[in-house]
Design a protein around this ligand. Structure first.
Ligand SMILES: NC(=O)c1ccc[n+]([C@@H]2O[C@H](COP(=O)([O-])OP(=O)(O)OC[C@H]3O[C@@H](n4cnc5c(N)ncnc54)[C@H](OP(=O)(O)O)[C@@H]3O)[C@@H](O)[C@H]2O)c1
Length: 280
């Protein structure tokens, strides 16, 4: 069973929410952690909090969508720690709005962050793992990748793509001893909603015939907050995957995520839409 202590793990999107809490948990467990995101002040504060000596934590500012920044990240991790045992592909955000009116540029940007950049970073990290015959890639998906919601189809489809990507990659890397898993969070109280609202502000403000639906959307979001989990619910699953010889293909949490996924498995699509109120 791989020990967490001593593993070198990159966590993307570590300036907030799930990534930040994952970094905390991994450092507590003795891992050497490389944290990255665009906001350097947040990263530096987290690095100081976790390890004032700087021996076990490295903060590397960067935009995941930049090829230069991705290469800088991997080079910095190797220069400091000499190898990479784990990659937690967590950076991501959501775009809100009906398919009809979200500008294609915004859709591309969302795919660029949640999918293409995740693939490109994975491509940089895999060769050394494959040659060494060990390593673990943990992709942060979403229950929304299985149950897509109206007004959230763009984001949900990025996470749906990640489902297939993770499954295929798992099979490709298994013969080389590299483990690949997907974690499907349910609703977790983070800055995710605020970030999605900020990115989609123009779309929401100009929703035209879809504008009345936003009333229900906001109400739905409010009721989800009542059952929301905390970031450590997911950080715990990341740790579980990193210390497993043979991680589950998928993990989900907190409890409501398991219920939603069970309903998806059990119910025909139309009944599921009715039960979980998949209407705008
Ligand atoms: N919260 C939920 O309910 C939920 C549910 C299912 C799945 N998820 C997934 O969980 C992951 C983490 O989300 P969260 O809830 O923790 O949201 P969050 O609090 O908004 O954190 C998102 C993180 O991603 C980083 N990020 C976004 N765009 C980036 C870019 N271009 N380059 C580098 N970093 C970038 C942000 O850092 P900077 O802004 O500093 O760059 C931040 O650290 C995402 O993949 C999300 O889709 C969340």
């Amino acid at each position: 069973m791989p020990q967490l202590a001593g593993q070198v793990v990159i966590v993307t999107g570590a300036s907030a929410g799930i990534g930040e809490e994952t970094a905390r948990r991994l450092v507590r467990g003795g891992a050497k952690v490389v944290i990255t995101a665009r906001r350097p002040d947040r990263l530096e504060a987290l690095a100081r909090e976790l390890d004032a000596t700087g021996a076990h934590v490295l903060a590397v500012e960067g935009d995941i969508t930049s090829d230069t920044d991705r290469r800088k990240l991997v080079a910095a991790a190797l220069a400091k720690f000499g190898r990479i045992d784990g990659l937690v592909n967590n950076a991501g955000y959501g775009t809100r709005g009906p398919v009809e009116i979200v500008p294609v540029d915004l859709i591309r940007k969302n795919y660029e962050t949640n999918i293409f950049s995740l693939i490109a970073l994975t491509q940089l990290v895999v060769p050394a793992m494959r040659e060494r015959g060990s390593g673990c890639i943990v992709n942060i998906g979403s229950v929304a990748g299985k149950i897509a919601r109206p007004l959230s189809s763009i984001y949900d489809s990025t996470k749906h793509a990640l489902e297939a990507l993770t499954d295929g990659l798992r099979g490709e890397l298994k013969p080389f001893g590299v483990r690949v898993t997907l974690i499907r969070p349910g609703f977790i109280a983070t800055e995710f909603i605020e970030a999605a609202n900020a990115v989609s502000a123009d779309v929401i403000a100009n929703a035209g015939p879809y504008a009345p639906f936003y009333k229900n959307y906001h109400a739905g979001t409010k009721s989800l907050r009542l059952v929301a989990g905390v970031p450590d619910d997911i950080a715990r699953l990341v740790e579980k995957a990193l210390v497993s010889d043979n991680p589950a293909p998928r993990y989900s949490g907190p409890f409501h995520a398991k219920i939603f996924l069970l309903l998806k498995w059990l119910l025909p699509d139309r009944m599921l839409a009715w039960v979980v109120r998949l209407k705008p």
